[in-house]
Design a protein around this ligand. Structure first.
Ligand SMILES: [Zn+2]
Length: 410
């Protein structure tokens, strides 16, 4: 590198000073003149020289060349060195360069810090570089664009007719959701449904995790691989971020909706609205009945153990969803017991219980069961209580809100 420089500079100093102009003083045996012999950051001046040569006017393209250069020489800390290189160019010069572009962050009345501005320049150049050097990404983008052109991915058009006005998962009116999130699902009869792509993807992913074939939640029609692929393309194309497996509920209604979908998935007709009218005490009663009904099924102890007063509804919904997902075969009885418990506390659930769950020789009669529960209430002692909530000793129960409830209300 040194050879190239000395050849090129023809014995001129390569240091940049005074508004970033190159020194150009004559030199003898060194790369720097006598004024700049002891200058700091000589390596930076070398990098500048390798990229900018004798140029005195630096533009946006040159800043990109600078970024490219430190990548090409495989410099290990690209971000640090690039920002350092920018910081060593007088800020006035950087301002002039960027003034000619349309980045509002550099406007005179924009008070963001210099560092934020350097970071912006770093990101712009990094993205450009990555895009230029990642053919795979470009290829897939072109493929998706082609699919959209071929109408394989339907675009949401406000004037078209859709089967739903409200988005199922978010409960929002479709026209209020951002367009890039609206995924259109069209079936063989030409009926079109609109979904929030992120929610639909999460629903499909959960269904697959539950070893079920994904289906349209409106009519239970099975969804083919091509629809799932289109959805994935749609998400990539619009740069949407898919949901984590963790629940991110903001309101009780979000939690109720997810739970209602899960209950529905297991064949029990229900509506998230029905949970809305339940009180905190109702939720605790449901847990209590569930534990009582499931007393002879040890696996009941896996659910509803950590219920905290402040997060009662979320805790309840999380565990109920977990149980419905996990207990879909041999332990389906736990799901049935849960529905019965809901029916004990909610008229909506009671009136909509499937007939096979109410009567029959192998099933518990709700009316009789209610009587038994009142008896248990009267006769409960501390050991029965501990048994019901699957705890061995009182020490396990310190500060346990659920236990407090059992003692206070049973
Ligand atoms: Zn000099």
């Amino acid at each position: 590198m040194n050879n190239i420089i000395s050849l090129d500079t023809e014995n001129k100093c390569i240091c940049r000073y005074d508004n970033f102009k190159i020194c150009n003083r004559n030199i003898k045996d060194d790369e720097y003149c006598r004024y700049h012999k002891n200058i700091k950051n000589k390596y930076m001046h070398k990098i500048y020289y390798d990229v900018f040569r004798n140029k005195n006017e630096i533009n946006m393209g040159d800043l990109y060349e600078l970024y490219k250069h430190i990548n090409d020489i495989n410099y290990p800390f690209i971000k640090d060195i690039y920002i350092e290189l920018l910081q060593n160019i007088p800020y006035k010069v950087i301002r002039n360069i960027v003034d000619k572009s349309n980045y509002r962050i550099f406007a005179k009345n924009n008070y963001t810090s210099k560092m934020e501005k350097y970071l912006l320049l770093y990101n712009i150049n990094k993205n450009t570089y990555d895009f230029e050097h990642n053919n795979k990404y470009i290829d897939s983008l072109i493929k998706i664009q082609r699919k959209i052109k071929d109408n394989k991915i339907l675009k949401y058009e406000p004037n078209n007719i859709y089967m739903n006005d409200e988005e199922l998962f978010t409960g929002e009116n479709i026209c209020e959701l951002p367009k890039e999130r609206l995924f259109v699902l069209k079936n063989e009869r030409g009926e079109k449904y609109v979904f929030d792509a992120i929610e639909l993807e999460f629903f499909i992913r959960t269904t697959i995790n539950n070893k079920q074939i994904p289906y349209n939640p409106y009519n239970r029609e099975l969804l083919g691989d091509n629809i799932i692929k289109s959805l994935k393309n749609f998400i990539n194309y619009n740069n949407l971020k898919i949901k984590d497996n963790e629940y991110k509920w903001e309101t009780d209604m979000h939690a109720f909706t997810d739970l209602a979908i899960e209950i529905e998935r297991r064949g029990f007709y229900n509506n998230p609205e029905w949970f809305k009218s339940l009180t905190n005490v109702d939720f605790l009663k449901i847990i209590k009945y569930f534990k009582l009904f499931s007393n002879n099924i040890p696996e009941n102890s896996l659910y509803f153990n950590n219920i905290t007063e402040d997060t009662l509804i979320f805790d309840f919904c999380k565990d109920a969803i977990k149980m419905f997902r996990e207990c879909n075969e041999e332990l389906y009885i736990l799901c049935c017991n849960f529905i019965k418990s809901l029916a004990m506390c909610s008229n909506n659930f009671y009136e909509n219980m499937p007939n096979w769950l109410i009567g029959g020789p192998n099933n518990i009669n709700i009316a009789t069961m209610a009587n038994n529960i009142s008896n248990i209430r009267i006769n409960t002692n501390i050991d029965t209580l501990l048994g019901i909530i699957n705890r061995n000793t009182l020490n396990d129960l310190e500060n346990n809100f659920l236990f407090y409830y059992y003692v206070e209300h049973i």
